[in-house]
Design a protein around this ligand. Structure first.
Ligand code: UDP
Length: 484
C-alpha cells in the first residue's frame, strides 16, 4: 500500500508567513503518514521551519530542508529582503517576483538530484508547473485559501458581474453560486477587475494558466466547512483537489502552537497566565496577520473602538503595521495604555496566535480574514469580527458573515494593498459588541462551536480531511506507476 512505499514530497512555499506556516504543517502531516518530506526555502527563512522540525523529530517526523539562494540585491531589493512582507513598497513587488522566478533553475537542479514523487508548490510559482513536467512528476498547487474564495473568484472571472453596476460602491451579485454573495467593485483586486496594466494582473494571469495545467490543488480546508463550494469547485475544475485541513490542528503541543513562523515576542507562559486569570469567553483577540498596514489615524481609531466596546482584549501590534511611520506608540490615543492596563494586553510583535485562540478565555477574534487566521479562528470555535484589507480577504469575509454566519464585519470596503484607513470607531465597537454580548452573539457562538467540533472530526482518522490526505497519497503513488 502507499503507506509502505517511500513517497517523497517536495514542498516549496512562497516566502511569506501565511504561506510558510501552513506548508510546514502540511509537511508534518504527510511525514506522519510515512512520507518523506523536503521543504525548499531560502537561507533567511530556514529558521521558520528548523526549530519546529527539530522539536518534532521525537514523533518520528523527518523533514529535510534544502536551501536556494535568493537574489534580492540583484533585483534591486534591500539586502535580506527574502520575505514578501519585508518588501518595503508595493512598487517593488514585481522585483520580488522576478527574484522568485530566478529560483527556477536551482530548484530544478534539486528536483533532478532528489527525484521527488511530487512537487507541492505555491500558487505564486507558476513556473514550477514546467519544472514538474520536465521530470514527469505531478505539480500540486497550494493556494493557501479555501474553496469558497476560489469559486467566487472563478465566477467573477467568467461572468464579470462588476460590469453590471455603474458606480464603485453599488453592490452586485456574484452569479451562479450556492448563496447570494454581494460585493462592490471597491472590494475587488486589480486582477478581478481586469486592470491589465497592473502588476498583480500579470502575475495572477500566469498563476491561473499554470493552475489549470497542474495535477491538482491541495486545500487547507475541510469538506464540512465549505460543502457546497467543495462540490461547486470540483464541477468546474478538471484537475484534482484534496481538502486536508485545518492544517493548524496538526499541532498538539504547546511549543508547536506557540511558535508558528516566528518566535513569539511574549513568553507563552506569561500569556497563558494572563488568559487564565480571565473569565471564559471574555477576551477579544485582535490581530491582522503578517502583511497588513494601517495609517496612524486608523490605529488610533481602532484603539478608541476597542475602548468604546468596553471589552477586555489582547491586541497584537506588529512592528511594521503602521505605514510610513517610525514610532508606533505615538498612534495610540493619549492615556490609552494606562486606562486599559487592567483590561488589555498589548503584544508588540509576533504573538502565539493559535495558543491564544485555543484558550477558553478568548471569546472573539478581530481578523483581517487572511485564510490561515480565519481557519484558526474557526478551529478554535470563536466568532469573528471581520476586517478585510486586500488579497482574497474580502471573499473570506463573505464566507464568514454570509455563509457560515459566525461573524460580523466592521464595514471595511476598500481593497488596498498599501495602507488602510476609514473604518470608524463606532463601527468597530458595534461589531465587537455584536459578537460578544446579547442573543445574537449566542447564535454566533453556537454556530462557531459547531464548526470547531466538525474541524476536529475532519482531521481524525475516518474524518473527511484524513480521507482527503489518504486520497492524495494514493493519487500520487498511482501517478508514479502510470509513468513507469
Ligand atoms: N500569526 C502568528 N502571530 C502573529 C501574527 C500571525 O502566529 O502575531 C500567524 C497566524 O496564526 C497565521 C499566520 O501567521 O497562521 C498569518 O496568516 P494569514 O493567512 O492569516 O495572514 P497573512 O499574514 O498571510 O496576511
Amino acid at each position: 500500500s502507499y503507506r509502505m512505499s517511500p513517497l517523497h514530497f517536495f514542498f516549496f512555499p512562497m516566502m511569506a508567513q501565511g504561506h510558510m506556516i501552513p506548508t510546514l504543517d502540511m509537511a508534518k502531516l504527510v511525514a506522519l503518514r510515512g512520507v518523506k518530506a523536503t521543504i525548499i526555502t531560502t537561507p533567511l527563512n530556514e529558521s521558520v521551519f528548523s526549530d519546529s522540525i527539530e522539536r518534532n523529530k521525537h514523533l518520528g517526523i523527518e523533514i529535510d530542508i534544502r536551501l536556494i539562494t535568493f537574489q534580492a540585491v540583484e533585483n534591486d531589493l534591500p539586502e535580506g529582503c527574502e520575505r514578501l512582507d519585508l518588501v518595503p513598497s508595493p512598487v517593488l513587488f514585481n522585483n520580488f517576483f522576478k527574484a522568485t522566478a530566478m529560483m527556477q533553475e536551482p530548484f530544478e537542479n534539486l528536483v533532478k538530484e532528489c527525484r521527488p514523487d511530487c512537487i507541492v508548490s505555491d500558487m505564486l510559482y507558476p513556473w514550477s508547473t514546467d519544472s514538474a513536467a520536465k521530470f514527469n512528476i505531478p505539480r500540486i498547487v497550494f493556494h493557501g485559501t479555501g474553496f469558497f474564495a476560489l469559486c467566487v473568484a472563478e465566477s467573477i472571472k467568467r461572468n464579470k458581474p462588476f460590469k453590471n453596476v455603474s458606480t464603485d460602491s453599488e453592490t452586485f451579485v456574484v452569479p451562479n453560486l450556492p448563496h447570494q454573495i454581494r460585493l462592490t467593485r471597491t472590494q475587488l483586486s486589480p486582477f478581478d477587475l481586469e486592470e491589465k496594466e497592473a502588476i498583480i494582473f500579470q502575475i495572477f494571469h500566469e498563476v491561473r494558466e499554470a493552475d489549470s495545467k497542474s495535477y491538482g490543488v491541495i486545500f487547507n480546508s475541510f469538506y464540512e466547512l465549505e460543502t457546497d463550494y467543495f462540490e461547486y469547485y470540483t464541477k468546474f475544475q478538471d484537475n484534482k483537489s484534496w481538502a486536508i485541513g485545518p492544517l493548524s490542528l496538526c499541532n498538539r503541543d504547546i511549543e508547536d502552537k506557540a511558535e508558528r513562523g516566528t518566535k513569539s515576542c511574549i513568553d507563552k507562559h506569561e500569556c497563558l497566565k494572563w488568559l487564565d486569570s480571565k473569565k471564559s469567553g471574555s477576551i477579544v483577540y485582535i490581530c491582522f496577520g503578517s502583511g497588513v498596514t494601517f495609517t496612524g489615524s486608523q490605529i488610533e481609531e481602532l484603539a478608541m473602538g476597542i475602548e468604546d466596546s468596553g471589552q477586555e482584549f489582547i491586541w497584537v501590534i506588529r512592528e511594521r503595521i503602521i505605514f510610513k511611520q517610525e514610532n508606533e506608540n505615538s498612534c495610540l490615543p493619549e492615556g490609552f495604555e494606562e486606562r486599559t492596563k487592567e483590561k488589555g494586553l498589548i503584544i508588540r510583535g509576533w504573538a502565539p496566535q493559535v495558543l491564544i485562540l485555543d484558550h477558553q478565555g478568548v471569546g472573539a477574534f478581530v481578523t483581517h480574514c487572511g485564510w490561515n487566521s480565519t481557519l484558526e479562528g474557526i478551529s478554535a470555535g470563536v466568532p469573528l469580527v471581520t476586517w478585510p484589507l486586500f488579497a482574497e480577504q474580502f471573499l473570506n469575509e463573505k464566507l464568514v458573515t454570509d455563509v457560515l454566519r459566525i461573524g460580523v464585519g466592521v464595514g471595511s470596503v476598500k481593497w488596498e494593498a498599501s495602507a488602510s484607513e476609514g473604518v470608524k470607531r463606532e463601527e468597530i465597537s458595534k461589531a465587537i459588541k455584536r459578537v460578544m454580548v446579547g442573543e445574537e452573539a449566542e447564535g454566533f457562538k453556537n454556530r462557531a462551536k459547531e464548526y470547531k467540533e466538525k474541524a476536529r472530526e475532519a482531521i481524525e482518522e475516518g474524518g473527511s480531511s484524513y480521507y482527503g490526505l489518504t486520497n492524495l497519497l494514493q493519487d500520487v503513488s498511482r501517478y508514479g506507476t502510470k509513468i513507469d
